[in-house]
Write a protein that binds this ligand. Structure first.
Ligand code: GGG
Length: 327
């Protein structure tokens, strides 16, 4: 039986980079069956709902999902999609590539972001005119699951440095629990790790990213720190991600819908294609995943490049070059 891949391009440049990733997967001839679903701002305008039931069912039933980007409806699209596939971990690698200008050339980081709760639990209220609240949810089970995943990821991927990011000196109950549980997991494993206040960590990551490897983060911190790391390595066009559950998973670039360049055909497809590479790894196609990574690295090193990397190539030019270099 071929693996079924749900493809949900979403909004803005998601509609340009997602077909690029499908082109690369098709060129590998692994026999995936692609099923398409719609979601996002345009879907909401057309159908009155940003994530239709049919799209939910596609993601739930597929072996894996490729998702492009969400715009204003991100909270109604990407958060439920991650929940549908049971994705408790958001894995966001941020590394430099040979031949590309980077603010910090020695960067090789992987953010392991808690993906189900924290301030993204979606509990917001207007208490009275001009007063709004947000409830931050942190559970022992989710902290333990993300910490176990992060330490195991570091072990399997050969990272020596593990950092637990938190702000437990201010958010004493919620990040206090995150820190206590994550430390317990590290100690039980006999692992080496350090803990870091997330604001100070942001500064140290900018100054000395080479001192860090795997960073285990609460939800919002992982979202923010991974974008900061994108700035160190050459931009959001280079960061893929995997949303990993027990049995299912969803793959998406870290970037959003980029309305400023949407429709111009100049979005960098590298992050989306590298996300498809993570999908291949997840489904056990490790050789094909390596071919995708190598082809992307070769094009990043030699061009063509989209404007975000200083070139003038189109999304299609870069995609064709990557397909040509799949060995
Ligand atoms: N492809 C990623 C995307 O659409 N990002 C939009 C966004 O706001 N995401 C929030 C998140 O990653 O939690």
């Amino acid at each position: 039986m071929p693996h079924e891949i749900a493809v949900i391009p979403g909004d803005g440049i998601g509609q340009e980079v997602t077909p690029a990733a499908v082109d690369v997967l098709e060129a590998l001839n692994v026999g995936f069956e692609f099923v398409y679903g719609e979601a996002g701002d345009e879907t909401e305008a057309k159908m009155g709902v940003a994530l239709p039931e049919k799209t939910r069912e596609l993601a739930d039933g597929a072996d894996a999902t490729l998702f492009g980007a969400a715009g204003e409806t991100a909270a109604d699209v990407i958060l439920p999609l991650r929940s549908i596939v049971g994705a408790f971990a958001n894995v966001r690698p941020a590394r430099t590539y040979p031949g590309l200008d980077a603010v910090q050339p020695g960067t090789d980081l992987v953010f392991i972001r808690e993906n189900t709760e924290g301030v993204y639990a979606g509990i917001e209220n207007e208490i009275t005119d001009g007063v709004r609240t947000l409830t931050r949810v942190v559970t022992e089970d989710a902290c333990e699951q993300i910490a176990e995943y992060g330490f195991e990821y570091a072990r399997q991927s050969g990272f020596d440095d593990v950092t637990i990011a938190h702000k437990a000196n201010v958010m004493r109950e919620t990040d206090g629990l995150f820190l206590e549980v994550a430390r317990g997991v590290g100690d039980d494993r006999g692992a080496e790790y350090e803990t870091a206040l997330m604001d100070a960590l942001a500064m140290h990551l900018v100054a000395h990213p080479e001192d860090y490897g795997v960073v285990i983060c609460p939800n919002l911190a992982g979202d923010v720190l991974s974008d900061l790391a994108a700035g160190l390595v050459g931009g959001l066009g280079l960061l893929p991600s995997a949303n990993v559950g027990e049995e299912n998973a969803l793959f998406e670039p870290v970037h959003g819908s980029a309305p400023d360049i949407a429709g111009e055909g100049i979005a960098n497809p590298a992050a989306m294609i590298l996300s498809a590479g993570m999908l291949l790894d997840h489904l056990g196609y490790t050789g094909e995943a390596a071919r995708v990574r190598n082809a992307v690295e070769s094009v990043l090193a030699e061009g063509p490049h989209t404007p975000d990397l200083g070139g003038n190539a189109s999304t299609q030019d870069v995609t064709e070059a990557i397909v040509d270099r799949l060995e």
